[in-house]
Ligand binder design. Structure first.
Ligand code: ADP
Length: 398
């Protein structure tokens, strides 16, 4: 080790930096490839004394121990003047394995060349990296586990939903027969035994009849809801104009009775849908538009709007009583009704609309304010344009 008295001022300054450095530094003779100097940090880090370092080749202190790697490193160093290994395993004198970053430069010092190797301990960084990697793997494992639990639970829920829907269907179906009997006998009482009943008796029979009718509507709607939830649905191109015509004729009696004015605004597109379900959805929306008016005759506008992303909205606008914003989501749930006293209904109509749209991979919504009418919309994917065959040559077309 050079003593400080042998050194010039700048050499002394370099020496102090060399000795105080918190990275290992080795100086190697490129001709002999032997270590000619080493700083105290590396002595402590690898556990060799200064004397043990001096005169050794790198592989002897566990650096670039593989012969081929050693040759390649020196060749690269001569060619580029620089080599860098981000992550190199190194063995200390007492046999521990440590990870280091190794940077080496070759440069001219007076009339001779020297190699300087900087060795940085990266064990702490590697430890954090490994822990991070393990944590990420654990997290990925947990996420996969969670995902499979969600898939399993969803399947379970779907199954119990289906069982419930089947249950509702069979109850609604089976309740109808005794109900019809009750309704029939109540009617018989009111009609054929009217003379033997007093006024109150006739009223009671009529009450039974009216209640049975309400219950029958409820059961019919429940059956429709179950049916729309369970039936097999295949989406095919459907001409909306035809379904609108169909839905309007299904509502014809109510249209006439309420003296409604209907504006059917053309053109109508072709959408990917299930015609019967779409018809049911439109009948329910039209039925509500005809029903929820104050005193004036209903005015209903029907039109379509192309949306970005290849979908189409079908709008059903009325001039009715409107719906406050806070109820606009709720009314799509089963049995949610706002206007229970003044308007007849079961509270299932919009649930059928929503279920139908869900089954057709579509959307439904409403824009409304009290006293300003309502605009219900449904959204479906537009059907692709049909391929038009080019006329074959030589054939005259008219
Ligand atoms: P129902 O018509 O049998 O009451 P729906 O499920 O069709 O049941 O509708 C739920 C509720 O949403 C209705 O009771 C009513 O309060 C409100 N509603 C639906 N459509 C309209 C509309 N066009 N205008 C105003 N309110 C409406």
């Amino acid at each position: 080790m050079p003593t400080t008295t042998d050194l010039s001022f700048s050499e002394l300054r370099y020496r102090r930096l060399f000795e105080a450095a918190h990275d290992g530094i080795l100086i190697v003779d490129p001709e002999t490839r032997k270590i000619i100097d080493v700083n105290p940090f590396l002595e402590k880090f690898l556990g060799y004394t200064y004397e043990e370092f001096i005169g050794k080749e790198l592989f002897e202190i566990g650096l670039l121990a593989d012969e081929a790697a050693n040759q390649a490193a020196f060749q690269e160093l001569r060619k580029d003047g620089y080599i860098r290994y981000e992550d190199l395993p190194l063995r200390t004198k007492d046999g521990r394995s440590v990870d280091v970053e190794f940077v080496s430069n070759i440069y001219q010092e007076g009339d001779q060349q020297v190699i300087q190797c900087n060795i940085r301990d990266i064990s702490a960084r590697k430890k954090i990296e490994n822990e991070l990697h393990e944590t990420k793997e654990k997290l990925a494992g947990h996420a996969a586990e969670l995902e499979s639990v969600v898939v399993f639970r969803t399947a379970e829920l779907r199954l119990s939903n289906m069982q419930l829907e089947t249950f509702v269907y069979s109850i609604a179906h089976d309740l109808r027969a005794p109900l019809r009997t009750m309704q029939g006998f109540a009617q018989l009482l009111a009609q054929e035994h009217a003379t033997s009943l007093n006024q109150q008796g006739r009223e009671y029979a009529n009450f039974i009849n009216a209640a049975a009718q309400t219950m029958d509507h409820l059961l019919a709607d429940l059956l429709a809801f179950s049916h729309i939830s369970q039936q097999k649905i295949e989406l095919v191109p459907v001409a909306v104009a035809d379904v609108i015509e169909d839905a309007l004729s299904a509502c014809q009696i109510d249209i006439q009775r309420s003296q409604a004015r209907i504006k059917n605004i053309l053109p109508w597109p072709t959408v990917m849908a299930h015609a019967t379900t779409l018809r049911q959805v439109l009948v329910n929306l039209l039925g509500n538009a005809l029903k929820f008016v104050a005193t004036e005759a209903p005015q209903i506008r029907l039109w379509s709007e192309e949306r970005p992303g290849g979908t189409v909205r079908i709008w059903v606008e009325d001039n009715g009583i409107g719906i406050p914003a806070e109820f606009q989501e709720k009314i799509f749930q089963v049995f949610q009704r706002l206007h229970t006293t003044s308007y007849a209904g079961t509270g299932i109509g919009l649930a059928i609309v929503q279920k139908g749209m869900e089954r057709m991979s579509g959307l439904v919504g409403v824009v409304s304010a009290p006293g300003e009418g309502s605009k219900f919309w449904i959204e479906l994917v537009k059907a692709p344009a049909p391929l038009i065959e080019p006329p074959s040559k030589g054939v005259k077309t008219s």
